[in-house]
Design a protein around this ligand. Sequence first.
Ligand code: HEM
Length: 265
Amino acid sequence: MKLKLPAPPIPPSFKPAPKRPGEKPLGPIGSAKEAGISAVDWVDERTSLSGAARWLMFRKVPKGTNWFYTLGSATMFAFLNQAVTGVFLAMYYDPSATNAYESARYITNEAFLGEFVRGMHKWGSSVMVILVFLHMGRTFFFGAYKYPRELNWVVGAVLLVLTMLMSFTGYLLPFDQKSYWATIVGVNINGTGPLVGPYLNDFLLAGPGFGATTLSRFYAIHMLLVPGLIAALIGAHLYLVAKLGTTAPPWLKAEKNPELRKESA
Ligand code: HEM
C-alpha cells in the first residue's frame, strides 16, 4: 500500500490574517507586504508554481540531521560564486593566444574590482573542489549511496568529474608559463589513457599541436559546455534529494534496529 503523506504545511508568516471589521488601515510596511503577496498570488494563479516550491522547500528531515548535511548546499553556492564571478571575468578576458595573458593582467591590475573578482574565482575554484570531496565523503560515510539513492550517487560522481574538468580547463586560461606547461603535461597524460586517450587528446588540442585553437577550445569547454552540464545535473541531483529525502545518520539507524546494535556492540 502506498503511504499518502499530507501536503507540507505553509509557515504562518506566509498566510495573511483575514481583515477584521473596523481594522486600522495598513501602514507602509503592511501595504508593501500585501502588494508582495498579491504579486506572488498573481503569478501562482497563472502557473501553479507554489505547489512545486512547497514540495521542494518544506520537507521533513530525519532526526539527527547535522552540519555535515550543509556540505552539498555549500558546494552549490561555491558553484554559483564561480558562475557569477566568471560572467564578470568573461567581460574582459580575451581567449586569443596573443591577448589572453594581457587581458588577465588587465583584469588584475586595472579593471574596477578586477583583482577581487579574479581572486574570488581563483580561490573559489579550490573551495569548490574541497567542498565537493567533503560532501562526497559525507554521503559515503553516512551510507547515502545505498538503495534508493544509487542514481543520485552516480549523478554526483559525474558532477565530481565535471568539477575537476572545470579546474583543468580553467588553469590554462591565464596563459602564463605555469598554466601553459602544466596543461601540456595534463593533455599528454590524457593521451596515454586506454582506448579513448588519443581521441581525447585530439579533442583537447583542437589542432595539430598545442596552440591558439587549444586555448579557444578550453575556453568554450570551461565557460559554456561544462557549466551548462553542471547546472543541469545539479537540478537533477536536487530533484532526487527532494523526492527521496535525505538519509538519517547511521548511528540513528543502529539505535532503532536492535540487530544492528548487536553487531556494533
Ligand atoms: C557540484 C557538485 C555537487 C553539488 C552541488 C551537490 C549538491 C547536493 C545537495 C544540496 C544535497 C542535499 C544536501 C546534502 O545532503 O548535503 C546532495 C545530496 C547528495 N549528494 Fe550531492 N552534490 C554534488 C556532488 C556530489 C558527489 C560528487 C556525490 C557522490 C559521488 C554526491 C552524492 C550525493 C548523495 C548520494 C546525496 C543524498 C544524500 C542523502 O540522502 O543523505 N553529490 N548533494
